[in-house]
Design a protein around this ligand. Structure first.
Ligand code: SF4
Length: 323
């Protein structure tokens, strides 16, 4: 069953020097219990996309087109009050840096308790009891004691577990995770990934996991969407994409894993383009090793090939290898 369908979404930022087309005509679906990974360099639009689902894009940003259908309702049409009710209860989010999300002068257990308080009418003792159980479930050490700890008394991994507790407290149908493990060391990252898998199975929740770490996404996700300069360039089952990447940008990202394994800094030649004045034709053409004469003139349309969506002229019926 489809939980979320995003259709032709456009999110633009209106700045004094031009319009940044951060998300430009993006479509995808998330099925029940599925984990969708979204990858791309910084500035590719992946975080804006995640924030727009929860109605968290603030001016000068604006959703200017498209639909976000969550369980039959178009979220772009909901009032701020309806969105507030939805957040936490039906869709929740875990952010990259717990320090910017946790209140430093409030005990973490009480911060998690606020999620219950906002949505359910239960007395505080019972709520704190639930929070302690939740802390135990997300494998916090000494969970009862942690309820009364301040954020600065917790390690990075523990803080992220506290945020995950908040995100799963009300058993939402969709959890959006924006680079939730990038600030953690590898061992803790793996523990958090295991925990997220368990949570998905337990709650049958769907997840959208945003990361620039393709290796991690290959371990965790069912489907993978690669974004470049506000557009989707490749979208399909993770195992297929890793086995046989079609888009030259996806290929370059996957090849960069080999560099990481060798302890080198992965690079793709050139810079990501300006989103105010993106290159004409294919946005990746100035960096693409396989570009040909058509690429700087005509923008490739998404086409279906090998069970996935790819936007590249190499596979267009008229010009490329065909579908
Ligand atoms: Fe490269 Fe052309 Fe494909 Fe763009 S359309 S990725 S420039 S081959």
């Amino acid at each position: 069953m489809t939980i979320l369908e995003v259709r032709n979404l456009k999110v633009y930022y209106y700045l004094y020097n031009g319009v940044v087309k951060a998300v430009d005509d993006v479509s995808f679906t998330v099925e029940e219990g599925e984990i969708l990974g979204i990858a791309g360099e910084s500035g590719s639009g992946k975080s804006t996309l995640a924030h727009s689902i929860l109605g968290l894009v603030k001016p000068p940003g604006k959703i200017v087109g498209g639909e976000i259908i969550f369980q039959g309702r178009d979220l772009t049409k909901l009032s701020e009050e309806d969105l507030r009710r939805l957040r936490g209860r039906e869709i929740s989010m875990v952010f990259q840096d717990p320090n910017t999300y946790l209140n430093p002068i409030m005990k973490v257990g009480y911060q998690v308790a606020e999620v219950y308080e906002a949505h359910q009418n239960i007395d505080m003792d019972k709520i704190l009891d639930r929070v302690a159980k939740l802390f135990k479930r997300v494998r916090m050490t000494d969970p009862e004691k942690r309820v009364g700890s301040y954020p600065h008394e917790l390690s990075g991994g523990m803080k992220q577990r506290a945020l995950i507790s908040m995100a799963v407290a009300l058993k939402p149908k969709l959890i959006i995770l924006d680079e939730p493990t990038s600030a953690l060391d590898v061992t803790i990252q793996l523990e958090i990934i295991d925990l997220l898998r368990e949570m998905r199975d337990e709650l049958n929740a769907s997840m959208i996991f945003i990361s620039h770490d393709l290796e991690l996404l290959s371990e965790l996700t069912d489907k993978l969407m690669i974004m470049y300069a506000g557009r989707v360039v490749e979208y399909g089952y993770t195992k297929d994409v890793f086995k046989d990447a079609k888009h030259p940008y996806t290929e370059a990202l996957i090849n960069s894993i080999k560099y990481i394994r060798k302890g080198l800094l992965p690079t793709i030649e050139g810079e990501p383009p300006s989103l105010i004045n993106p290159p004409k034709g294919c946005r990746f053409h100035p960096r693409c090793p396989r570009r040909f004469e058509l690429c700087d003139r005509v923008e490739p349309k998404p086409i279906s090939i090998a069970g996935r969506i790819v936007s590249c002229h190499l596979y267009g019926e008229e010009y490329g290898e065909g579908g």
